[in-house]
Design a protein around this ligand. Sequence first.
Ligand code: HEM
Length: 327
Amino acid sequence: MIRLTDDWKIIANFYQLQDEDIIFLYENRYFFHEQAQEIVDVFYARLMSVPHLAGMITEHSSLESLRKTQIWYFQTLASDTIDAEYIAGRQKIGAVHAKIGLPVVWFLGGYAIYLRLISDKLDELSVPNGDRIFRAITRRINFDSAIIIDQYTEDLFKENEKYKSKMIDAAKELTALIHQVNGIALEVGRSASTLAQSQEGVVNSVTHLRQDSQKIDELSKFVMEVAAQTNLLGLNAAIEAARAGDSGRGFSVVANEVRNLADRAKGSSQNIKESVWNVISLIDQISDKVENTMAISQEQAASAQELASLIRHLRTTAEKLATEEDN
Ligand code: HEM
């Protein structure tokens, strides 16, 4: 007998399942009891011939214990009552298969196997009223599978919701992290460009320094020339003083002093020249190094900018995910 709440009664009715089907199947329960073992054996042989189904069976249970459960299930297809307890039992089957992740398409295939095996057996044994039994069991199986699939989809939906909310939490966390990383990347970018700017300043100062050193070098050359000419003048003066004899002696002292001075000026400007060239060579070294680090910090600033744009992109994606719940 069908003893159900109005909701389920309407559904059973919609599936064309009537009290008379239940009673008729119950009257023929011996067929189901006697054939259960053989039909279930063939049922599992078919399932085990599909590698991923065989894998699921051995992963979650054993063929031995499933066979026993399946025999019980097969026999209940001819039970005399469909009530709340019966519905709860079918819903549990839906929940179990949703939990193990068996796709609905494969589950329903199991019923296709059952119907085929039942039909073949009814024919083989020429069971009286075999056609009527087959029509009644088809309606019952349709109703059974409807309860099971209903629970299946509800559980899959819940699972999906759980997954979705986990995804949203993860996306929110990701957004917060991205925010932090973005801050760091911007800071790196800013300090890299500040560094590049200050190094540009150093390059300018070094350029000025080189120009000034070159001027000093030119000045020292000029001093050397003046010294050479002064020396020549001093030499001429000394010759003239010697010619003038005693009266030129005082002048000769002065002329010699002038030449000494010119020699010392020449020596000092030679030293200045050497020092200036040392300074220029050091400036060149500094300039090379600064230009090198400037290029690196410019590259760093450019990479930081690229990173920031990548992070902006990531943030948009994560925000889209995090706002999924609003959709
Ligand atoms: C006509 C289709 C099917 C029916 C009526 C059916 C029925 C059942 C029943 C009654 C149980 C025991 C549920 C419980 O513990 O309360 C069960 C468990 C199980 N079924 Fe099915 N089944 C079907 C199809 C399949 C298929 C195609 C597979 C293929 C992998 C499968 C794999 C399993 C497994 C692995 C379990 C054990 C789950 C666990 O205890 O963790 N079933 N099935």
